[in-house]
Design a protein around this ligand. Structure first.
Ligand code: COA
Length: 347
């Protein structure tokens, strides 16, 4: 028995933060950001919107579009690095907002690899035979931990959420073997230093702005390229697949140069590598499900997808999956224009 994705939902806030707008507050330019990262704009949630709101909107989009009975959902795994609160779980709030009355909810934090980690946990829950319908969400309000006075980081991140329905199948489609990796020495290179039990928020942390995300960008860049390239090759080998048997690559969207370097190292044509970073930036846990949502109409039954991620921790991994049959969508055709989609959801 395999776990297969049968429905996808997504949500991005309607407010757009352009490179030009950022260059009005920090010393940077549209040209520099596009050349060094591939990002043109990102979506930013308003002050009244928390991660659970983004997640619940993505779940609602999934449930509504595919006519999924919310009472049949047995568990909700929410991958996020920006929970609504340190305590209580964001997943509890999403269960409540989304009417998932029979589901248990749990948060999972593996930063930019959170969705892939949660997908692997969900697949194992289904393969065990104990569960048959789960929703896996990747959601982050990165604007809540980004320092908009720091040009090294504020250009990179955006807000958004994506959700997938995982169901059991005996068709042979679905998730294959996954490799997940962790290297705790990476914490010093990419973290939000204050706000947890190590360094609770204080006047000092506010003064030094350590409640915001800090990173050694160049080091993280190199680690991301080498780790995603190696783990992707290892996942292909583990699943006895050659690179030319992969139809689509869904990489974590952190930097277009990272994505291109990983694609080249695998010797996979650039047109097979899905990219939407130019519109959303790095939405952390949400990049992979937002990519699946954006490009779902391109995936055909039986095609092989490779997903690979890298994030804080360090946490990284890769999986292969054979695309299955999706549930019927209520709306036969969804506009490719994400602005239209988000406006519909926002209202
Ligand atoms: N605008 C203009 N110049 C900038 C800038 C900006 N927004 N940010 C940094 N610079 C400058 C630096 O100050 C540095 O100047 P200097 O040479 O005078 O010291 C120069 O550009 C080069 O800095 P560097 O850090 O080497 O640039 P880079 O090409 O590595 O790009 C990142 C910086 C952050 C875009 C890139 O390192 C990156 O994407 N890293 C990975 C980030 C990531 O993926 N994080 C999340 C993990 S999932």
């Amino acid at each position: 028995m395999n776990a297969v994705i049968t429905a996808i939902g997504g949500f991005v806030p309607s407010s757009i933060l352009t490179n030009k707008k950022i260059s009005e507050t920090v010393d940077t330019s549209d040209e520099w950001i596009v050349k060094r990262t591939g990002i043109k704009e990102r979506r930013i949630a308003d002050d009244n919107t928390a991660t659970s709101d983004l997640a619940a909107a993505a779940v609602e989009n999934l449930l509504e579009n595919y006519k999924v009975d919310r009472e049949e959902i047995e568990a909700l795994l929410v991958a996020t690095a920006t929970p609504d609160h340190i305590l209580a779980p964001t997943a509890s709030i999403v269960c409540e907002k989304s009417g998932l009355v029979n589901a248990f909810g749990i948060d999972m934090n593996a930063a930019c690899s959170g969705f892939l980690y949660a997908l692997e946990m969900g697949a194992n829950m289904i393969e065990s035979g104990r569960y048959s319908k789960l929703i896996i969400v990747g959601a982050d309000k990165m604007s809540s931990i980004v320092d908009y006075e720091d040009r090294n980081t504020c250009i990179l991140f955006g807000d958004g959420a994506g959700a997938v329905l995982l169901e059991k199948t005996e068709s042979g489609n679905g998730l294959m073997k996954t490799i997940l990796k962790t290297d705790g020495s990476g914490v010093s290179s990419l973290a939000v230093p204050a706000g947890g039990s190590r360094t609770p928020i204080s006047m000092q942390s506010l003064l030094h702005r350590t409640h915001y995300l800090k990173q050694d960008g160049a080091f993280v860049f190199k680690k991301a390229v080498s780790s995603m390239s190696q783990v992707s090759q290892d996942a292909l080998a583990k699943n006895e697949l050659q690179a030319d048997e992969i139809d689509w690559v869904i990489p974590h969207q952190a930097n277009l140069r990272i994505i291109n370097a990983v694609g080249e190292s695998l010797n996979i044509d650039a047109e097979k590598v899905k990219v939407n970073i130019e519109r959303y930036g790095n939405t952390t846990s949400a990049t992979v499900p937002l990519c699946l949502w954006d490009f779902k109409n391109d995936f055909k039954e039986g095609q092989n997808l490779l997903i690979t991620t890298f994030g804080a921790g360090f946490s990284w991994g890769a999986t292969c999956l054979k695309w299955g049959v999706m549930r019927d969508e209520k709306t036969a055709k969804i506009s490719k224009n994400t602005t239209e989609k988000s406006v519909v959801m926002a209202h």
